[in-house]
Write a protein that binds this ligand. Structure first.
Ligand SMILES: [Fe+2]
Length: 300
């Protein structure tokens, strides 16, 4: 799928300033993969009731792209139970392994283990703290388009939830992955700026550089580890939203290496299996500065 023309313009500079609503590109131009096609390995693929519900929640995102207003989802009891199950399963592991920043951010965002948070509440809090915002999406967009939105301090986020038959697993992003994994970290100013720099890069990257940015995103935003007072903690969404991945990350099955940007952008990964290799950043500020220098080299 090609990315929309709106993303091809050169970002004015490597700034990390707030982006006003008026400066945002139109959400209506966003192309999507056909989300009504659920692959057979999706646990909800043959559950017609689930598919109807997922399509309905996706339609709310479609509505957002026309109106710019986030519709809250009236999650049913089955859906709330999926959230409660995952949140409670993860609680102990989070206390042990999650970055202290993340734990605090969850509280600051008013998240609880008892109920699925609404994107409207979280985007309001994010805007107040780091000027980041959330935009509901109905399915997958290509890497360049997805990352480019970060340039406008905007994270595209799904609202539907995984199938209740396998609450510990999802083959696609869902509200558990977004809210439990991604969203709290955007309250960190350095992490928010870092994400915006990736977005700036994505708008001007060559195809090879987009691949590199995809790897950088993978080994940080999705599977990143960070040093904290002589210890190692998790801040990546793929770790924080998955019991299996988080446990694995701190086991002997994983090689944990100091973050090296050059190595990260040249390291392939396999998204279908547990991660055997993870990178540890010294701090969010250092990650931001190294990335700034890397993106500034684009086009030179
Ligand atoms: Fe993710």
């Amino acid at each position: 799928m090609s990315s929309p023309g709106v993303f091809s313009s050169h970002p004015s500079s490597m700034t990390n300033f707030a982006v006003s609503d008026e400066e945002l590109p139109a959400f209506t131009d966003m192309p999507f993969e056909d989300i009504e096609e659920l692959p057979l390995e999706h646990p909800g693929a043959t559950d017609m009731e689930y598919r109807k519900r997922r399509d309905y929640i996706a339609s709310l995102a479609k509505k957002f792209r026309e109106t710019g207003v986030i519709t809250d989802v009236d999650y049913n009891e089955d859906e709330q139970n999926v959230w409660r199950y995952v949140a409670n399963e993860l609680e102990e592991l989070h206390q042990k392994h999650a970055s202290p920043f993340y734990l605090k951010a969850k509280k600051d965002l008013g998240m609880s283990n008892d109920r699925i948070p609404q994107l409207s509440e979280m985007t309001k809090r994010l805007k107040e703290t780091t000027g980041f915002r959330l935009a509901p999406i109905e399915g997958l967009v290509d890497t360049r388009a997805f990352l480019s939105w970060l340039s406008w301090r905007t994270m595209l986020s799904t609202q539907y939830i995984r199938h209740h038959s396998r609450p510990g697993y999802t083959p696609e992003p869902d509200i558990v992955h977004e809210a439990m994994g991604h969203i709290p970290m955007f309250t960190n100013p350095n992490f928010a700026d870092y994400s915006q720099f990736i977005g700036h890069g994505a708008r001007i990257a060559t195809d090879k550089q987009i691949e590199e940015l995809g790897r950088l995103y993978w080994f940080t935003v999705e599977f990143g580890l960070v040093e904290h007072e002589g210890d190692i903690k998790a801040y990546g969404a793929g770790l924080l939203s998955s019991f299996g991945e988080l446990k694995n990350a701190f086991s002997d099955n994983v090689v944990r290496k100091p973050f090296n940007l050059e190595e990260v952008i040249n390291t392939d990964y396999d998204y279908s299996d547990m991660q055997p290799l993870l990178f540890v950043i010294p701090s969010y500020a250092e990650l931001k500065e190294q990335t700034r220098r890397y993106i500034e080299s684009f086009g030179k």
